[in-house]
Write a protein that binds this ligand. Structure first.
Ligand SMILES: C[C@](O)(C(=O)O)[C@H](CC(=O)O)C(=O)O
Ligand SMILES: [Mg+2]
Length: 308
């Protein structure tokens, strides 16, 4: 028989992926996690040589035709996140918004995401209904409530390598100093990683780095409040991870809009072919030939010659 491992789910087990995420954060090297809005995109992220995959709440809800205001359910997020996580050998960190309810719900969220094959998640200190972290008009819960959220999440995980990342949205609401104080308290509550949301510029990232003794994550989302810093800048600032949460969706949707407009205008897609992912490239990502080999082996499978 041909070896079919890695065809229907990843070769790496969930535990191996979590160990690799933990090791990446401990390595001192900047971990780069582009957002994947679908399982296929996760395969392309891996092929391009990145360290991990991110599942964005903004992209996941946009893909459902919804704004990112906390309308998606835990079941929807876990199902899509799980499908993305299983499509790649890389570890996947997922956006769990505010944890889908009170602290006990945040605890259940971690259990469900662990079972779905995710390697970690982030929980934010916004109130419900949440907003995009880069828009005005968001609000945060008291720090004590977020501390309970984090403690509950940390206490619920089975695998200690499942990363619980605490995101603070306080920079845009209470200011940088308050955000730093919250981050310290979240670390004390057991958070493995701090997501420093919507900082303005390199100076603010540097202040956060100097003040907080824990791994830090930078959000390089486009058209938001943060200046776009390069990986070299983030490395020099001492950050541990960077996400490009909605980038692949924005790239793809930009191409979809332009392509459809061209077809409507020209009456053909003939001029667009060199912009498209070729059928053969798609099949490479999907390992089409390996499924064919598996199928052929199944068809011809016989134990006749092996009987005593
Ligand atoms: C990271 C984020 O939470 C997401 O859902 O991807 C968003 C990104 C965005 O809306 O650009 C956020 O920063 O709130
Ligand atoms: Mg989000």
């Amino acid at each position: 028989m041909s070896d079919a491992t890695g065809l229907f789910t990843s070769r790496a087990t969930d535990a191996e992926k979590r160990a690799s995420l933990r090791a990446g954060l401990d390595s001192g090297e900047l971990q780069r996690w582009p957002g994947a809005f679908s399982p296929l995109v996760a395969k392309i992220v891996a092929d391009a040589g990145f360290d991990g995959v991110y599942v964005s709440g903004a992209a996941l809800s946009a893909d459902l035709g919804l704004p990112d205001i906390g309308l998606t359910t835990l079941s929807e997020v876990a199902a899509r996140g799980g499908a993305i996580a299983r499509a790649t050998e890389l570890p996947t960190l997922i956006d769990a918004d505010t944890g889908f309810g009170e602290p006990m719900s945040a605890a259940r969220t971690v259990s469900v995401l662990e079972d779905a094959g995710l390697a970690g998640c982030h929980l934010e200190d916004q109130v419900n209904p949440k907003r995009c972290g880069h828009l005005d008009g968001k609000d945060v819960v008291p720090a004590e409530e977020m501390i309970r959220r984090i403690a509950a999440a940390v206490g619920a995980r089975r695998d200690r390598n499942f990363i619980v990342c605490a995101r603070t949205d306080a920079r845009g609401v209470e200011g940088l100093d308050a955000a730093v104080e919250r981050a310290k308290a979240y670390v004390d509550a057991g958070a493995d990683l701090i997501f420093t949301e919507a900082l303005a510029d390199a100076g603010e990232f540097a202040q956060f780095r100097a003040a907080v003794d824990a791994p830090l994550l930078a959000n390089m989302t486009e058209f938001g409040k943060s200046r776009l810093l390069t990986t070299d800048q983030l490395r020099n600032l001492g950050y541990n991870a960077v996400i490009y949460p909605v980038t692949t969706l924005r790239l793809a949707m930009g191409a979809v809009e332009a392509g459809l407009a061209a077809i409507a205008e020209d009456g053909t897609q003939a001029t667009l072919l060199d912009k498209m992912q070729h059928r053969s490239r798609l099949y490479e990502h999907l390992r089409y030939a390996d499924y064919n080999a598996f199928d052929t082996n199944l068809f011809t499978y016989s134990t006749a010659g092996e009987r005593p």
